[in-house]
Design a binder for this molecule. Structure first.
Ligand SMILES: [Zn+2]
Length: 345
């Protein structure tokens, strides 16, 4: 994948293009942003350009500095093809194993970076940089500050707040936002229309993706998730006072063989809203669903927390040892939730 093939993130990509034309490529970058929005794609496209044997748009030496736009990889040379396959001598990758990046992995990377770069630029990508254990982070500091000649490092994270400040301060940080719903919808249609994904479904998946293409694709490919999305859409359309509609939804949920799954999903939704409401940056969920929901009344920390608690309570009530009447419990729950969603006057 080259820069030109990547959807969205044009601001971030332009920063990288300008760094190339201005010969100001940093030795260490931190790409921070929600999971599944394409940070890895951008990192790899960047590595590809830096190593392309025949890069278009870069002009002759001392050429037009204003033509950042065309900076990209050719996609056809031996280097580009090797990058595409993921087996380029200048491409090193580290990712968490069993949820952490251990000190041994950092040591291996450092050893691999000792060898002289023969051509192009060596790019080491550390995915899940927030999973570096503390000792590994500390061992890595020197390398981040001063990678070996011809080498650079790109850290990727969806939880930048969990990185050590000493790591963050050694990198040039580039923030990635959630992808626009429309972009996700378009990709879903493009990729999955052949597998029978309709326009309306694509729209619904895009809406609940939180701006993460990876999440939308996962959801769209799983039938079970499709039902949950449909349910959330229906839930969001409810408004206080329309009790018949609310009770219909409540009854439907109470008859669902997977009531508990539905309630868990609802809880996740509210947890996401709380996070979004708090203005937390870089959290997976702060996407368009949350925005849409806050737009129609789902706001206020106390109300969101109360809603979350109502769901937990209902959940406890319908499971052993309580075995409360499911239908009644769901009716009370949904009336309560919709009531709490009323716009504050
Ligand atoms: Zn090339």
């Amino acid at each position: 994948m080259s820069f030109r093939d990547i959807l969205g993130h044009s601001k971030q990509i332009n920063i990288l293009k300008r760094a190339i034309t201005g010969s100001r490529v940093a030795h260490s970058y931190l790409f921070a942003g929600p999971e599944g929005v394409g940070k890895m794609l951008v990192a790899r496209a960047f590595a590809k350009v830096l190593n392309c044997e025949n890069p278009p748009g870069r002009g002759e030496e001392g050429g037009d500095k204003g033509s950042d736009e065309g900076v990209d990889s050719c996609g056809a040379c031996a280097s580009c093809r090797a990058m595409e396959d993921g087996f380029h001598i200048n491409l090193l990758k580290v990712e968490p194993v069993d949820g952490v990046v251990k000190i041994d992995q950092v040591r291996d990377l450092q050893n691999a970076m000792k060898y002289r770069v023969i051509e192009g630029r060596r790019v080491a990508i550390v995915d899940g940089a927030d999973k570096l254990i503390k000792a590994a982070s500390n061992a890595f500091l020197k390398t981040l500050e001063e990678p070996s000649a011809g080498s650079m490092i790109i850290l990727l994270t969806s939880h930048p707040a969990e990185l050590l400040p000493t790591v963050v301060s050694r990198c040039q940080r580039i923030n990635f936002g959630p992808l626009p719903e429309e972009t996700i919808r378009r990709v879903l249609v493009e990729k999955l229309a052949g597998e029978g994904l309709g326009e309306e479904d694509a729209e619904a998946f895009a809406r609940v993706s939180g701006g993460s293409l990876a999440r939308a694709l996962r959801a769209a490919k799983s039938g079970e998730q499709a039902k949950k999305v449909e349910f959330l859409e229906k839930f969001l359309s409810l408004s206080p006072g329309k009790n018949d509609e609310i009770l219909d939804v409540a009854r439907e949920v109470s008859k669902d063989p997977d009531v508990e799954g539905k309630l868990e999903f609802l809880k996740t939704f509210y947890r996401d809203l709380v996070v979004f409401n708090e203005g937390s940056e870089g959290l997976v969920v702060a996407g368009n669903t949350a925005q849409k929901a806050t737009g129609i009344g789902y706001r206020g920390f106390a109300r969101l927390v109360r809603s979350f608690e109502l769901i937990e309570e209902a959940h406890r009530n319908i499971t052993p040892p309580r075995y409360a009447n499911k239908q009644l419990t769901m009716e009370v729950l949904f009336l309560g939730l919709v009531d709490l969603s009323a716009p504050v006057t």
